[in-house]
Design a protein around this ligand. Sequence first.
Ligand code: PGA
Length: 255
Amino acid sequence: MNPSKRRTVIAGNWKMNFTPAEATAFINEVKPLVAGKNNCDVIFCAPYVTIAAAQEAAKGSDIKIGAENVHFAEKGAYTGEVSAQMLTACGVEYVIIGHSERRQYFGETDETVNLRTKAALAAGMKVILCLGEVKDERLNGITNEVVSMQTKLDLKDVSAEQMKNVIIAYEPVWAIGTGLTATPEQAEETCGVIRDVLTSMYGAEVAEGVTIQYGGSMNEKNAAELLAKPNVDGGLIGGASLVAEKFKAIVDAAQ
Ligand code: PGA
């Protein structure tokens, strides 16, 4: 973290978990646990049908509720999709884009990630853009090339001004939901590579201001070490965001 330069952001990614009633109960449980922890922003990204209940439960707290995906068109014949205009009409400010599960199971490419990112930003949303290498890419020593390419393609035609509304989540795919975590050194190195690419695209001042999270089996035990690294500005948390005490411990580690 480097709080003098950029916000620390701890975001939960609930994935396909929690009914509205379960989300209400969870937010009510976690709300007092993270109250007053003002050194970081706290966000939970929820399934579309759960967002309203989570927002209602989060009222009166600093917790923000986001979505897990967004389509790039404003409206039209895209069965099953939801637009940025629909999300903002529901008071949703944050959205995850390009999560590896979307890329892996739902055919998401850097091109569609870029389209979704531009649409969300144009609608005034804040984007948590996910990228990261798969296991073979790390083993073959091409992690830096992969994340550099993703950063460039996913942010194509995104302006320096719009970068104020972009958070990048570096998520090595081999670490997601596997219990394997990148070492703090690996996380720092790769987040640093991403920041170097941002510097080449937008200049140092913009790049230094971008929050770059680490994601991939971040939990209550490893969060402090990861967050101690200067280029790791927060976490995108899957499994541990479903357990209030674990999530609280991660937020504590960011204080
Ligand atoms: P995990 O998920 O913390 O369960 O590994 C992280 C993510 O997918 O964002």
